[in-house]
Design a protein around this ligand. Structure first.
Ligand code: GUN
Ligand code: ZN
Length: 465
């Protein structure tokens, strides 16, 4: 068994993330946290271990300037769009899809292209600290299998889906029929289920049904996908919703019988507790109520929402209403595969909403029209994401029985690392755990993520030998 000793930051609740500093965190051979003891003093480590009956343990002490947080969860990204990253800011969604995105995704018709591109793409998300990632592939079965294989071989926890899209897309990038789309989806599910679950017996890579968005799916396709997920309640679903005003108008015109955009997915039985809805910027009140009732989760992708001029989602209102919210990078709508970047943009987005609200009129809710706190940002990046993925019993925070999906963060400037903790912090008196966390969230990068653990196994990080 491994025991980590030092500063552990646990976003178990929105307000008490500080409570976990100086913890002993015991991780068994399967990467499961067996127990966690808070507020342990150096002199009491051996005694505490003896009390716990630990004889053969490897104690991994963390130094000043190092701390552990749960791994980041990216609830929405597009693997085949990474080659486009940083481009397209002059377009809004529908033109951007046509001019920038579909031409790139179409290149993944060639498995060889996917084999060359995907390893680097997945490696970048891992080193950015993403321990669980919800990937959209392209519409192709072959290259999405390649993506799943690479994620599996690199040891990341992930959901991998191939896009379902049989209409309102260019001839060169559209599925022939609902039947082809469904058949390829079933083959992908079988392929992912055939991947070895590893020593823990818990599969890290899981399939996810991925109707691109309502606009690109015909009624027969959505009906068949609804039948498929109804036959297996454990199947996750991901899609886009209410991102852009023109998109919403178009979607509503295609489904005049549905009261709202959310109602479209609901009418095809695609809205449920393991559904991940990306963006959700312009939801009507009725849609919020429906999403809450169905216990679906929202992936907040603020960098993409700024980049594509889509708008600013009212995340505070969703949190007040008890709707599940996590963060997404939405590459390449977003221009960074790092959840740190999503955190910064989520902070700015919340500040803009707060500034736009009536000055002086503090909202009655806890979150609405208020800026997100550091604790809330960390929560959205970890436990909030776990809830959106319907995995909160397994990941997102540290507690007995949860998997050790974690980052060792190092803010010291040692061995060429990125120094966030120089003499200035000494002078400013900001060497506290809170200050280190804040600096990491706002100024850190992958150089400060020394180790990336998934299910107790180190799979990446700047300090990995
Ligand atoms: N809506 C449908 N497809 C996409 C996509 O690839 N990116 C974003 N941001 N929105 C979408
Ligand atoms: Zn997206």
């Amino acid at each position: 068994m491994q025991v980590f000793y030092g500063s552990v930051i646990n976003p178990e609740t929105l307000t008490s993330y500080k409570a976990s500093s100086n913890a002993l965190l015991a991780v068994n051979a399967q990467g499961i946290v067996e127990w966690i003891v808070h507020d342990v003093q150096d002199s009491l480590i051996q005694e505490t271990l003896l009390q716990k009956g630990c004889i053969e343990v490897e104690v991994i002490p963390l130094k000043d300037g190092q701390f552990i947080i749960p791994g980041f969860i990216d609830t929405h990204t597009h693997a085949p769009q990474l080659p486009n990253i940083g481009t397209g800011a002059q377009y809004e969604l529908l033109d951007w899809l046509e001019k920038i995105t579909f031409p790139m995704e179409a290149k993944f018709a060639d498995d060889k292209f996917a084999e060359a591109a995907y390893p680097e793409i997945v490696r970048r998300t891992i080193n950015a600290g993403t321990t669980t990632c919800c990937y959209y592939g392209s519409l192709h079965l072959g290259s999405t299998k390649v993506l799943a294989d690479i994620v599996h071989s690199l040891g990341q926890r992930a959901f991998v889906g191939k896009c379902n899209m049989d209409r309102n897309s260019p001839d060169y990038y559209r599925e022939d029929s609902p039947e082809t789309s469904l058949c390829d989806t079933q083959k992908l599910i079988a392929h992912i289920h055939s991947l070895d679950a590893g020593s823990s017996g818990i599969p890290l890579v899981r399939p996810i049904i991925t109707p691109r968005f309502a606009i690109s799916c015909s009624n027969p396709l959505l009906t068949q996908l609804g039948d498929l997920v109804s036959s297996d309640p454990s199947l996750h679903i991901q899609t886009h919703i209410s991102e852009n005003r023109s998109e919403i108008t178009f979607a509503k015109s295609l489904f005049p019988e549905c009261k709202s955009y959310a109602a479209v997915y609901d009418s095809f039985r695609l809205l449920r507790r393991n559904t991940i809805l990306a963006h959700a910027i312009h939801l009507e009140d009725e849609e919020m109520a429906l999403i809450k009732e169905r216990q679906a989760g929202i992936s907040h992708c603020p960098a993409s929402n700024f980049h594509l001029n889509s708008g600013i989602a009212p995340i505070g209102e969703y949190l007040d209403k008890g709707i599940k919210v996590g963060l997404g990078t939405d590459v390449s709508g977003g221009y960074s595969p790092s959840i740190l970047n999503a955190i910064r943009n989520a902070s700015i987005a919340s500040k803009i909403r707060a500034m736009q609200a009536n000055v002086g009129a503090k909202s009655s809710g806890q979150f609405k029209n208020n800026q997100l706190s550091i604790a809330s940002l960390l929560y959205l990046a970890t436990l909030g994401g776990a809830q959106v993925c319907d995995l909160e019993d397994h990941i997102g925070s540290f507690g007995p029985g949860k998997s050790f999906d974690a980052l060792v963060v190092d803010v010291r400037g040692v061995a060429g690392n990125h120094n966030l903790w120089g003499a200035d912090s000494e002078i400013a008196g900001t060497k506290s755990l809170d200050a280190m966390l804040e600096r990491f969230l706002f100024c850190g990068d992958e150089r400060n993520i020394s180790m990336v653990y998934v299910q107790g196994r180190c799979i990446g990080g700047a300090g990995r030998s």
